[in-house]
Write a protein that binds this ligand. Sequence first.
Ligand code: NAD
Length: 523
Amino acid sequence: MGSGNDIRAFRERVFADLGLYQEVSGLFDGGWGAGAQGRRLAVHSPIDGAQLADVAVASEEDFGRLIENAWASFREWSRIPAPKRGEVVRAIGERLRRHMDSLGLLIALEVGKTPIEGRGEVQEMIDICDFAVGLSRQLYGKTMASERLNHRLYEHWHPHGVVGVITAFNFPCAVWSWNAFIAAVIGNVVVWKPSPEAALTAIAVTNIMNEVLDDHGLPPIFFLAVDESGEIGKCMSRELRLPLISFTGSVSTGKEVAAAVNARLGRTILELGGNNAAIVTPDADPEIALRGVAFGALATAGQRCTTTRRLILHESLSDSFIPRLVSAFGAVKVGNPLEPDVLVGPLINRGAVDSYCAAIGQAQAAGGTVLAGNAVETIPGLEAGHYVAPTILDGVPPDAEVVRTETFAPILYVLRYRALDEAFAIHNCVPQGLSSAIFSNNLREVEAFLSVVGSDCGLANVNTGTAGAEIGGAFGGEKDSGGGRESGSDAWKAYARRQTVTINFGPDLPLSQGVTFDVSQRQ
Ligand code: NAD
């Protein structure tokens, strides 16, 4: 596997199974449309640069109609009892199981993940379906003791209506599903604006979803608007008829979205960039630490929000840990992710390769030494792909701007510490606060890391790496990582509005806080 012919054969098989064509629509407003302005987006594979398809994109005019149709669907969908909505999501999970291999391969073709990672992403969608089915019977509100006689006080949760989901390229469908399936069982309808780099995956997924709804005689509830570079995302941020925007992407775009949505007093869930570190202490199991750091830094070619970007290593471990890490980086095969022994595929585009080169240059200028990598790779037969060698840099100051910035590429900075407090200070000195890890079998070190003086991140891992999270927990980060929570635990509450209800079932009108207001005596 490696030639253009093999990749084309893959593409044809995948397209046939998923009902995709060379020319497809990226606008689903209740039916697939051509887009009022006739604009098109060419989608390329980062594996070999070949064009995969030509996609019709949505304009602002299309978007207005789409929102109207979505609200019409909401009026029907939100009246269905939640457990019945759960049954539909269960059927969606079953349909996804059927298409798991093709969708996994499409993700590989479109964003350059390995097919195993692509299938893992589809598995995550299936898992969140299962979670949402259970949730559909557990949308609990509390009942509180009223301070007034003959009064009942309780809360219940209503859907917001039509909610907007804007996603990044690197998890082209799993992150959408964390939002969409939870939102759907609550009774919301979802409008999705995917990354233009991952338009085909979004089209294939939307197709599958609405086929299932159609089979159940239900209106479409998963709408789609592909754009070329964020125009529809801007419309969504301004749109009063989208009470909630869930945004996944870079910190800089997230700040723009937050400002626009806040200006109209809408709600946001922000899942932004990370700058994740793993602390390795002298009490770490060296094998677990090595695998955890290597996987965290290399998986998805360093293009995960949870990628390990900083290794905070006790200075006594330099001679034992670093050479093994360097050889692990050197041994990893970079290339066509469709080949079974390749672990690191391409970066998403030429711009990402440029960012990789620029970051290494800045790190060297700040005093860093390259221990591994620092090369743009050319893979025979795939010359137009975007490949780089996973890189380790040593000696860059922990507070250097380049270390404080998320570069979406496989670059790992080695930072050293002597005392644990120093490790925590280094750990927390970056603006982002998404995922973190400590490798240690020392209870005191572990508990300190998990205490208020330890990790300041939304996700804290012990003896497992920063990358890869289970759907059962609430996922999200602090500081510049946005503060949003998605997926499991009680993250569902963000997709619902809480209504506090007071019912007086007695013959009098007692007021709260003992206030008296006797209208009859004042007459
Ligand atoms: P990006 O910020 O470039 O784009 C994200 C999405 O926003 C895309 O759909 C894009 O088209 C859209 N967009 C662009 N401009 C917009 C605007 N002005 N208004 C509204 N939408 C706009 O991010 P990316 O390069 O696709 O993804 C990589 C980034 O996403 C990294 O920073 C990564 O850490 C982050 N990410 C975070 C999480 C998380 O859960 N915290 C998960 C995945 C990715």
